[in-house]
Design a protein around this ligand. Sequence first.
Ligand code: NAD
Ligand code: MG
Length: 294
Amino acid sequence: MSPLNDPRTLHPKIAPPEQTQPHPGLDRDLEPQADIGLESYQGNGRLKGRRALITGGDSGIGSAVAVAFAREGADVAIAYLPEEEPDAQRIVKAIEDAGQKALALPGDLCELEQCRKIVDETVQAFGGLDILVNNASRQIWHEGIENIPDEDFDATMKSNIYSSYRVTKAALEHMEPGSSIIFTSSIQAYQPSPTLLDYAMTKAAMNNLSKGLAQELAPKGIRVNAVAPGPIWTPIQPSHGQPQEKITSFGQSSSLGRSGQPAELAGAYVFLASDEASYVMGETLAVTGGTPTP
Ligand code: NAD
Ligand code: MG
């Protein structure tokens, strides 16, 4: 039997039914369910003893990263919005089932105080902080710039850029040489959709911040990188992240012909967090199903 797995069929080509959830959306209510690696991810001690904080670690990509980090031997704190408690509890259990410490940090990262609080509580619970994943983001689609309400624009900037900047700043007070910071950018940083103008500009900003910070922090022994996902099936999409007509064919125009699953992202984050990436800084790792990034 061939030992190969064909990437075209390793995960199913899904055609989700029309569906809407209130923002921020729940993995629990996604149809079909997303694969976050609960059945498949096998750790190998690559993050043994590390202490990680993942914003938006309750669902989607962040939850797949949380599961993988824990199975690689890290204690993992997840920050999320209070409405997402059911998803968060599933991930807390998965981290604990891996034999690691879990910390649940509900709260709104648009608030300055919350950004500092999640760092302080992680350091208090785990005795330090070695890996930060700036992954929380808000994505609400609008038809045209004139239809983006000012309050929506503000909330997207605050959830995505302000929070990443503030959490990073607070985390750096605690990070030692060998630590790693990873931003979740997007293919949207390079190829913005006209329906996602505000979101796409935040993804470009996060990518840019990761490259500038990488240069500042390399001489201090702290590595900074980013991951740019393509279309991944997560609750961000049906909770006003895309128009309905894009949900039913979601991801099918990628070179692979299917959307990605959160589980397919975990390896990229584990690599960037681990010592295997000791000479990798200021990189954006594209996980796009074939769509090129410059
Ligand atoms: P997701 O909805 O599962 O995760 C986003 C998380 O962001 C939420 O779970 C929520 O906890 C958090 N969040 C948003 N606003 C917040 C706030 N104000 N305070 C606290 N937490 C907040 O969806 P996902 O697709 O896994 O998104 C994770 C990251 O991946 C995001 O940065 C997103 O931009 C990025 N991304 C996703 C895709 C995709 O196709 N799904 C593509 C490219 C990039
Ligand atoms: Mg969520």
